[in-house]
Design a protein. Structure first.
Length: 163
């Protein structure tokens, strides 16, 4: 859109849509669904510092994500898929972004949680730039004790760097 034009760099536009058949409850989500809009904003803020938008002034990079199946780790899958799509399109980035979800069951850290695990255990999604080990995103939807958070953060960061 002309009103969103940024004169010194590219604008990143992210749109996420979820198919009604992608989950077990078959609930249709509209484009204005709060959770979907939040996902799109999170993905945009994750990639804005990574993509070299200064090379493309007065342009727009569109990222369209269509979710056709989900069984946990939706945000991490969207971030990892976006990284691969940008790399495939030849969009220059400072580093690629790897995302992983982690949680704690009892005292054991878990990685790549399913929907059942996400609903039952405190969890966190972390996006890391592996070369520099800079954290691009940390998000939690549940409460997690600070002692457990440090352990899950360390394990998830190490897993993202190794991917």
């Amino acid at each position: 859109m002309r009103s969103q034009t940024i004169h010194d760099r590219a604008n990143i536009n992210v749109e996420v849509s979820v198919a009604a058949f992608s989950t077990g409850d078959r609930r249709k989500r509209s484009r204005g669904d709060k959770r979907i809009l939040e996902f799109a904003a999170t993905i945009k803020s994750t990639f804005e510092p990574v993509v070299q938008t200064g090379l493309y002034p007065r342009s727009q990079i569109d990222i369209f994500i269509q979710v056709v199946q989900q069984d946990g780790g939706l945000l991490q899958a969207c971030i990892n898929g976006t990284t691969l799509a940008l790399m495939s399109a030849g969009i220059p980035m400072l580093d690629f972004v790897c995302a992983v979800s982690g949680g704690v069951y009892s005292t054991h850290p878990l990685l790549d949680l399913t929907t059942l695990e996400e609903n039952d255990v405190p969890n966190v999604t972390i996006a890391v730039m592996p070369k520099t080990r800079k954290v691009s995103l940390v998000t939690m939807e549940t409460r997690l004790h600070v002692d457990r958070f440090e352990e899950v953060f360390r394990v998830a960061t190490d897993a993202a760097v190794r991917r």
